[in-house]
Design a protein around this ligand. Structure first.
Ligand code: ADP
Ligand code: MG
Length: 252
């Protein structure tokens, strides 16, 4: 098992948002996290990524407590992409991608030949060559998500944690994004933990899905057991008649 949480309770200032999260992820697997706005998806991801302190429970990475890894070890093994807040003053997109190599570079952040190659590969994979020289603050939200994905990929982590990475992408780039994830998983045996609202895509790419509501994990399993009309209506509090009127074809 690559990553595992054991009765993990997450929240802010000692107040639980989600209790007793037990999930696991192996190398080469994609695990998706779904749930309504405010249900706690980001809180779970921030806690696993180590930017938010857990309230209780355990997070194990390769059977070892995550706290026992050094900052540098964690930075090499985990790559995290949160789209909300990114500080980038006057950086080009290329420079933002390059910061993904920081766990490997020296004190001055100088890039080696290997670093440059990883950056170049990621830029090509995500198809951002056309605007790599542009100022990061002067591109669209969707382009920004692709730059951040390139940054996360060039870090060559063992596990990629992505918080709603596809929300601003057009349909073409959503599909490309998911193809890239599949490729990383198949070719590099990367593990991916991802939250998303595109349920149709989530169903297709997930090995396992975790659904959260009302402070707990309400469903956890293979996508064919999760993405039923019944579950989705319940999870997002959608009246059945409206579901069938507007979303009927989306799931079985
Ligand atoms: P999601 O990502 O599923 O939309 P979040 O994990 O962001 O949900 O939020 C879950 C709950 O935690 C919400 O009730 C939200 O208001 C609360 N919350 C989010 N961030 C903070 C914070 N920094 N401090 C206190 N409460 C927060
Ligand atoms: Mg969120």
């Amino acid at each position: 098992m690559l990553l595992q949480t054991d009765n993990l309770t997450v929240g802010y200032d000692g107040q639980a948002v989600i209790e007793a999260v037990c999930l696991h992820i192996r190398k080469g697997e994609i695990v998706t996290l779904i749930g309504a706005n405010g249900s706690g998806k980001s809180t779970i991801l921030k806690t696993i990524a180590g930017t938010l302190e857990k309230i209780s429970g355990r997070i194990l990475f390769m059977e070892k407590n995550l706290e026992d890894f050094s900052r540098k070890e964690k930075a090499e093994k985990f790559s995290v992409m949160f789209t909300e807040k990114v500080h980038t003053e006057l950086m080009s997109c290329q420079e933002v991608v390059e910061t993904g190599r920081y766990p490997y570079t020296d004190y001055f952040g100088r890039l080696s030949q290997t670093d440059r190659q990883a950056v170049e590969e990621a830029i090509q994979l995500v198809d951002i060559e056309d605007f790599a020289d542009k100022d990061f603050s002067q591109i669209s939200d969707g382009q920004r998500q692709r730059v951040l994905l390139a940054k996360a990929i060039c870090q060559q982590p063992e596990i990629l944690i992505l918080d709603e990475p596809t929300s601003y992408l057009d349909i073409h780039h959503k599909i490309r994004f998911l193809e890239i994830l599949r490729k990383l998983v198949a070719e590099k045996q990367m593990a991916v933990l991802i939250s998303m609202h595109e349920l149709d895509f989530a169903e297709k790419i997930s090995d396992y899905t975790v659904a959260v509501k009302d402070g707990k994990v309400v469903h956890y399993g293979k996508p064919d057991t999760i993405f039923t009309a019944e579950n989705i209506c319940d999870l997002f509090s959608i009246p059945k008649d409206l579901y069938h009127q507007y979303l009927g074809k989306m799931t079985k």
